[in-house]
Structure formats: C-alpha cells, structure tokens
Ligand binder design. Sequence first.
Ligand SMILES: Nc1ncnc2c1ncn2[C@@H]1O[C@H](COP(=O)(O)OP(=O)(O)OP(=O)(O)O)[C@@H](O)[C@H]1O
Length: 571
Amino acid sequence: MIPSLIPSLLGGGTLSALSTNIKLDDILSLAIRMALIGLVGAALRQWLGKFRTQLYNSFEWIMSFLAQSTEVQGQMRSFRLLTADARQSKRDDANRLKRKTTDNSSLARKDATFVENVIGQLSPVNEQAIYINHKGNYLWITRKSKGYAGLETTDQEQHLEIQGLAIQPEGIKQFIIDAHAQYFKKTNEEIMIFNLSPYNGVWYAPIYRPCRSWSSVILPESQKAPLLEDVENFLSDEEKHWYSDRGIPHRRGYLLHGKPGSGKTTLATAIASRLGLDIYIINPAARGMDDGKLNKAFRNCPPQNMILIEDIDCVMPPRPRRGRDSGGADADDDDEDDFAGTQDAADPGKFGLARSTVTLSGLLNAIDGVSSQEDCNLFATTNHPDRLDSALSRPGRFDVQLSFDDATYDQAKSLYKHFFPLSSTKSQIATSPAESVDSHEKDTIILKSNSSYDMESEDELERLSDEFANGIFNLPSAWAANTEEVDEKNHLDFETGTEFGVSMAGLQGYLLTYKKEPRLAARNAFEWSKGIRKQMQEKERKKRARRAERIKMSNDSIAKKDGNVEARNEV
Ligand SMILES: Nc1ncnc2c1ncn2[C@@H]1O[C@H](COP(=O)(O)OP(=O)(O)OP(=O)(O)O)[C@@H](O)[C@H]1O
C-alpha cells in the first residue's frame, strides 16, 4: 500500500512511475530498515552506559590507545593532526634505540619515526563520535572540549565521552582496561618517565627509556646497595602494613646531594630500573609552576612509584648576596643564577608561562600534607644542600640523605674498565645461557659487542686503567700501588696540593671521545686533566680577585663613612 502511494505523491505520471518503480521499492525498504535501526538505536541508547575521561589522566591514555590501535585508525573518518596530539600519543619505544635498520641514513630513520609516530596516529575531532568495535563491543567515543571556538584548548578542558550498549555491560570496562594496559605497558628493559605539564599540572604521556643497569653506576657498593635495599624494603607489603597499623603515613624521602655530574640522577634511575618503578619528574622551579599544580601533581602520581624532584633547592628564596651586600669575604657568586627566584618576573618566557611561584610551604604541603599521596618514594636531588630550609630535613621528610662527590681514583679506574671491558669477558658472557644473564646487565653486553678494539689481558686492562687514573689525578705511576694513600690525595693536585676535582660526568665525556681507543684514552688523560686544572686555577684566581675587590670596596666605604663622621665632628 505504501509503495503504491509514493508515485502519486511524487507527481503520479506514468513515466515516472514506470522508471522509478523498482528503485523506489529499494529505497523504501532501505528507508524502513534505517528507520527501524534508528528506532532500535534510540531505544538502546536510553540504556547506554557512559564514561567520561576525568580520572587519572584517562583522557591521555585513551587518546593514545585510539591513536595506536590499527583497528580504530581504520575506522576513523574524521581526524585532526596536531603536534600536541602526536606528542601525546607517541610511544617512544626504548627498544627503537637498539633497533637496527638496513637503511641507516638519518633521513630514512627520520621518515620511519615520522610514519610511526605521526601518520597512522590520528586523533578524533571534537564533537564527532567515532564508532568502534572493540573486541565485539560497540562503542561511541566523542571528544569534547570546553574551549573557545578557534582556540586550541588545554588537556584539562578536554575529555572523551565513551558510550556503549547496555546489552554489552562489560564493553566500556574492557575498553578502558585495555587502553590503560597498553599505555602503561613496558618491557623489562624499559623504564617509564613522566614529565609534568607546566600548563595544568597534568602528567604528560610517558617517555620510555632503556633501564639503567646497576653495574653502570659507579659508586662504592657500600653506598649504593643499602639505598637499594632501603627502597625495596619500604615498598614491601610488610612495611606498608607496619605503617598503616601504627597510623603513620607510608612515605619515605631520599635526598641525594652533592657535586654536579656525580651520579645522583643516575643512581635514582638505576634504582627505579632495578625495582621496576616508574619515575615522575617534578621541577618546581619550571615556569608556569605554582603550589596548586605541584599539589595536584603529587596527588595524581600513582602509588608504588618514584617521584623525583630535581634541584629541590630552586624553590628556596635566593640568599642575600653576602659578599656584595655586606662585604663578607665568603661569598661564592659562581652559581647564583639557578634559583626560581632569579627568573625575571617581567619576562613572559617561553609560551607565555609566568615564572614559578612555588613556595616552600607549598612544597612541604605537597610532600606531606593531609591529602598527599602515600606509598611513594620521594627522591630529591640538589647541588646545594646548604641552601635547603631545615624544615625539609625534618624527620619524616627526607630521612635518608646521601652525599655525592667528584670522582675518586677508584671510580675513575672503574669507569675506564666499564668503558673498555676485556674482550674475553665479551665471549664469556655471549656464550652463557640467556637466562643466566641478569636482564639489568644487558646494556653492558651491548657495550661490549659494539666495541671493536682488542684488550689483550686482564693485566693490560689493569695497567691501562691505572695509567688513566694516574693521568687524571696527576699522580706518578708508583701511587697506584698504594691506594690508601691515593684515596687521601683524591681531590688534591699532587704537585701543588690545591683542590682538584673532576666529575664522573666529565670523565665520561672524555672517554666518549676515545670510544674505540683505550690506549690513547689512557695516554692522553694527563694532558686532558692538565687543561681542566688550568681552567680551575684560572677560575679560582678570578674568584679571589673578585673577593679582594669586594673587601677593598667595603673597606673604602667604611673609611669614607668614618671620614665623614670625623669631618662632621670637627665641624
Ligand atoms: N657515579 C657514576 N657512575 C656512572 N656514571 C655516572 C656517575 N656519575 C655521573 N655519571 C654519568 O654522568 C652523567 C650525569 O650524571 P647525573 O645526571 O646522574 O649527575 P647528577 O649528579 O644528577 O648531576 P646534576 O647535579 O648536575 O643533576 C650521566 O650520563 C651519567 O652516566
């Protein structure tokens, strides 16, 4: 009946009726089917489950999942390609660092990276639902934002709305579980590092880095082993219950302090690698930071991980410049420009971010306020422990403190041996059964198999490492026989008796220039350290001259004041 009415509705002529008769039937049946689907859909939609990405950065990891699922990418008809999204969804696979490509040109590598990271990682546009079939469950995902038209909104103002069918109650849940698992998936050889957005205090997508092997951190075992044990013990269930039974917040702080480039961050990374912890890095002095964002960052950091505050002294207000202001002779003005407080307030800085306004009380509150995260290790590093407020070292905040210094003679030797291991060791490790090799030591193996020099014997390695360390510390070769005496001479120039120090980072930089020439590295060490010595002496000379100048100016000004007083008295 209905089909027969249509031709007349369309104008009724015989011609049109004849030519459209079959097509109209098709169209009609299609329309009826669509109407039915619409009706069923509308009915089902009444029962849809809904999820909004507002918790635990779920916006980030679901976007990342959408960007990396080939199934979803194939279904995506409308998309946007923004660098911000690409960064967000990028999975910076640490294994890529180790991957070998047949075409080794940097252009080919760049192309491959671009294809992997950007093309094929498309993000949905706002307000347009994408329909996906995730493991047989139908889902509607809509990206929404509270931003203003035409303006790119920040992550915080955006969310995803996920809808699923009521008859598939597990659909949304399964999708969220899978998206979460993929985002936080890492291999045993990777470590996840999270950085904080200074715009809104939300954790960015993680970057993946190869684990730092325990043996590559060259510090006395008596220094690093107890620290590892302490962290491991703290994270154990037993310890957690102990704290909770006594109503004590389950937190522990570790302060690593000392000279730059001495291995503070490296040790923290090696501990995280060893215990499989993710690292959440906070830089309170970064532009855009304030107490609120700092607090939020701490709260949103998942438990059983490591929070790492780099250069914690940067939140302290700048000290008065004693030397200049009061004429004191002990001012050290070499390093006064790294405080948050010295950032130029008027300068809008990169991306219009204002200078950090994080306060000491804000930091203390974030660390151990009532609402602060528990069950986390807090690591902080500083080159200036003397600048820290005593409130920070109050018991319960940074209970474990570890001091780091410039390289010692023994460390220099060990670093040399780490760089140029014996070729025989290489074959020994390479032929051992895979399972017997500690996974954390694997990078050492890579280092060995990449080296193309030949070290003849253990004796030669010992002799060259001595030559290297003697060269660095300007010691005659005889000193190597008496290590106790050498230890006493660490950080002193043998000839002049003046202080001399070189960081492990500095030694590493030097050895990197001789990757395949162990003998040359040992032979030239003295010349290299002589250059450093000269630079240090020059720096010291300038510092003394500046001090003398300040003292003179101060004395002149006192004399002038006294002269004025005397003149007035005479008048
Ligand atoms: N003890 C060490 N053992 C092995 N490598 C080290 C050691 N100390 C420093 N290095 C090397 O030097 C570089 C810098 O080290 P790291 O960042 O850990 O120093 P840091 O003490 O945290 O410095 P800063 O105070 O300037 O942040 C790294 O590449 C690391 O490999």
